[in-house]
Design a protein around this ligand. Structure first.
Ligand SMILES: [Zn+2]
Length: 518
């Protein structure tokens, strides 16, 4: 339990971390009241941080068992370990390996943050600052590492052992009634995306072939007996994966994608890399009891967490002030997905009604805050309608601007015509273009006594109106065909995707780097 008052965190105080973590090897031995966690971190000084700097790792309610540096036990006078912090004042200023052994009690964890028990299932929740309740770690989004997780448990207690990434090994522990599983996630990720699940779970399995032809295994784990109620969630997942490929050109990047539905969960769902954890009311539905709204909500939340795989997990935030970058953008993506699945107009109307009912109220009251705050005491208080819903509207606006800024100038002539047509349709006069030098020759007299320049000008003004009528006719014809309308959306998204592909943020993720870091 923390005793001191939470100190406010200011955006302007941001400093790059002094130490970076390259790899994390976790060995978790599950036990209801005394789970042993052995973490081996490969640390190196950050070139952009202060040097020489002490090593300070975050913790919360932790008990340190043992500490080793490069394989040798660290003498007690060289470090200070409290439940909330582990400090090594003078670490070697080079790459080194730190082994930390802690013990946690999942059954006593009623905050449902870190490692806890939901019924008889072991489960984790690390966003925003839960990983520090599992082991000492620089628990901030800009420290990204490659994780390998070994989980060990009683076979009867937890027959299913899951973590992020791909399964690389599993088997029995000789001479005991325990077994283990080793998971490796090849993509560097912040600690808040770590997840681990163990317990008696039933599984529904399906397969998905990605756009480049890779086979991905899809699994939804639920409490035994509830398998038949996952059908819609699985179908939604497959549609979301296909949509992200066609609309945004984003393909799934691991061999397996898992969803675990548990009954005790603080948030609606959590996008841990490759292992999403859901409150089971957002996964389970049967036609006998669920309403249309329930089905829509399941589809939207399954899609939202899946879309985070790119917007949030592969393209990450620098700090928690950027929460809206991942949440606003992903809400925008799930709204667009829902709009394409059914009616775009109905989706938009319901989104705007949601804004008016929740976000406008928040914005007009004492809890009003910008989508990117400049100060927080407790980041968990910032998972708000403003960050999610208003954030999505900001992204929607930026998308429009991007299309106008990147796509239209590329087709300069058509862009200019577009604006002229818009003005003609709305009875606005476009600003006359300045005379060009080549048009300054003396006016020739035509048969009707008017100048040639006057005639070409009249033609230029008359054409847009005729074209606008023709466009309206064509549009009405196109609207007759649903398929054609769908193709129109696909074309528009391809165009958006191309615009994004040329933008800095999406180009940078190809190299698994974050441009704002440098
Ligand atoms: Zn989200």
């Amino acid at each position: 339990m923390r005793t001191e008052e939470a100190r406010p965190v200011h955006l302007e105080d941001y400093r790059p971390p002094d130490w970076l973590v390259e790899t994390v090897e976790l060995d978790v031995s599950l036990d209801p009241t005394a789970t042993e966690v052995r973490a081996a971190l490969t640390l190196r000084p950050n070139g952009n941080g202060a040097a020489p700097a002490p090593l300070m790792l975050d913790g919360e309610s932790l008990k340190l068992r043992a500490l080793k540096l490069d394989g040798a036990a660290l003498p007690p006078e060289q470090f200070v370990a409290t439940p909330d912090r582990l400090t090594i004042a003078q670490p070697p200023q080079r790459r080194f390996r730190l082994e930390i052994e802690t013990v946690v009690d999942p059954s006593a964890n009623t905050q449902l943050l870190g490692l806890y028990r939901s019924g008889a299932i072991y489960c984790t929740q690390c966003e925003a600052e839960g990983f520090r309740r599992i082991t000492y770690f620089p628990d901030r989004p800009d420290v990204m590492a490659v994780y390998t997780t070994r989980i060990e448990a009683e076979k009867a207690d937890a027959p299913v052992l899951l973590a992020n990434g791909n399964l690389v090994a599993s088997g029995d522990v000789p001479g005991t009634n325990r077994h283990f599983a080793v998971w490796h996630d090849p993509f560097p990720k912040p600690s808040y995306l770590f997840a681990l699940v163990g317990g008696k779970l039933a599984c529904v399995e399906d397969r998905f072939r990605t756009i480049s032809g890779r086979e991905v295994t899809l699994r939804i784990y639920v409490e035994p007996g509830k398998e038949s109620r996952c059908v819609y969630a699985m179908d939604s997942l497959k549609r979301a994966m296909r949509w992200d490929e066609t609309a945004f050109g984003r393909e799934y990047d691991l061999d397996i994608f898992m969803i675990v539905a548990v009954s005790d969960f603080n948030m609606g769902a959590m996008e841990n890399k490759g292992l999403n954890v859901f409150n089971d009311k957002y996964v389970l539905a049967s036609p006998e009891t669920a309403t249309d709204n329930d089905f829509e909500r399941i589809e939207a939340i399954i899609a939202h967490e899946y879309f985070h795989n790119w917007t949030g997990n592969r393209i990450t935030c620098r700090d928690w002030f950027q929460l809206c970058l991942k949440e606003g953008l992903t809400v925008f993506r799930d709204q667009e997905f829902s709009a394409d699945q059914r009616s775009r107009a109905v989706e938009r109307i319901s989104d705007v009604r949601g804004l008016r009912a929740h976000q406008f109220v928040e914005d007009a009251g004492p809890l009003a805050h910008p989508v990117r705050p400049t100060l927080y005491r407790e980041i968990n208080n910032f998972y708000t309608a403003t960050v999610y819903e208003k954030g999505a509207e900001v992204v929607r606006m930026l998308t429009r601007l991007l299309i106008y800024a990147l796509v239209l100038p590329g087709r300069h002539a058509r862009g200019r015509r577009y604006w002229q047509l818009r003005c003609a349709r709305t009875n606005l006069s476009p600003r006359p273009r300045p005379e060009r030098a080549r048009n300054t020759r003396p006016a020739e007299q035509g048969a009707d006594g008017r100048s040639a320049r006057h005639r070409t000008r009249r033609a230029r003004w008359a054409r847009p109106a005729a074209q606008a009528r023709r466009w309206a006719r064509n549009r009405a014809r196109r609207a007759d065909s649903d398929q054609a309308r769908r193709n129109l959306h696909v074309r528009r998204y391809r165009r958006t995707a191309r615009a994004f592909a040329q933008s800095r943020i999406f180009r940078a993720d190809q190299a698994h780097r974050q441009p704002w870091r440098r």
